[in-house]
Design a binder for this molecule. Structure first.
Ligand SMILES: N[C@@H](CCC(=O)N[C@@H](CS)C(=O)NCC(=O)O)C(=O)O
Length: 218
């Protein structure tokens, strides 16, 4: 059987969420680890916009948005009901949290992380702006063990790579000081087997390599 091909970059939070979605759906794919400074021509031919992740399906269809890759995989197999298909209120809440993460939190995260590239404000200002979203997550986690329920769902896996990145910006300023519940949630998710699997290291792909698969050998 021809496998779908995933172009990915280990440290990219969008690619992380795509790998998590594929693993959670037990969907095997061929993994092609790339470097952003030297994107392979095969990836750019499939997706000229040049962002990772990119999933090229066996029928040639291309999915070049991380959340769509998660949804595509989980729509096929969702043993843990991560999409909460029968729970419209939770589905809406998840969509809202993920949209806030991607549209509001992520730009502040970038400014906080690379504050020297955005000298118009201080890093403390960017932290403050990013905190609005973290406070919202803190409130969610006061209501259940994970963002929308007592077990992890799509929203947890879609958002956690970005919170992990935020927490790593300034290790002298641990997340637990201002956001203790978010810090505990982060720790629980990133120490889980699935996350560790999603962070496996791959050599940089080139066309001469024999295929490497997300779920191990074919
Ligand atoms: N909306 C896209 C965003 C993906 C994205 O921006 N990925 C970054 C890496 S974290 C990227 O590929 N940037 C292109 C570059 O740096 O050349 C998605 O959700 O997949």
């Amino acid at each position: 059987m021809t496998l779908a091909i995933l172009y990915t970059f280990r440290r990219c939070p969008y690619a992380m969420r795509a790998r998590l979605g594929l693993l959670l759906a037990q969907c095997n794919v061929e993994v092609r680890e790339i470097i952003l400074k030297a994107k392979p021509a095969q990836m750019l031919a499939a997706s000229p916009k040049g962002t990772v992740p990119v999933l090229v399906l066996a029928n040639g269809e291309v999915i070049a948005e991380s959340l769509e890759i998660m949804r595509w995989a989980l729509t096929r197999t969702d043993p843990l009901d991560l999409l909460c298909q029968q729970k419209p209120v939770i589905k809406d809440k998840m969509a809202q949290l993920i949209a806030q993460n991607d549209q509001q939190f992520k730009p502040w995260l970038d400014r906080y992380k690379y504050a020297d590239r955005y000298p118009e404000q201080t890093q403390a200002y960017y932290y403050q702006q990013a905190s609005h979203f973290l406070l919202q997550l803190e409130t969610c986690l006061g209501q259940h063990s994970f963002l929308v329920a007592d077990t992890p769902r799509l929203a947890d896996y879609a958002i956690v790579p970005f919170i992990r990145q935020f927490a790593a910006v300034d290790l002298k300023h641990p997340l637990s000081v201002d956001f203790p519940r978010v810090a505990a949630w982060l720790e629980q998710l990133i120490s889980s087997e699935i996350f560790i699997h999603a962070m496996e290291k791959y050599v940089i792909w080139d066309a001469s390599h024999s295929p490497t698969c997300l779920l191990g050998d074919r």
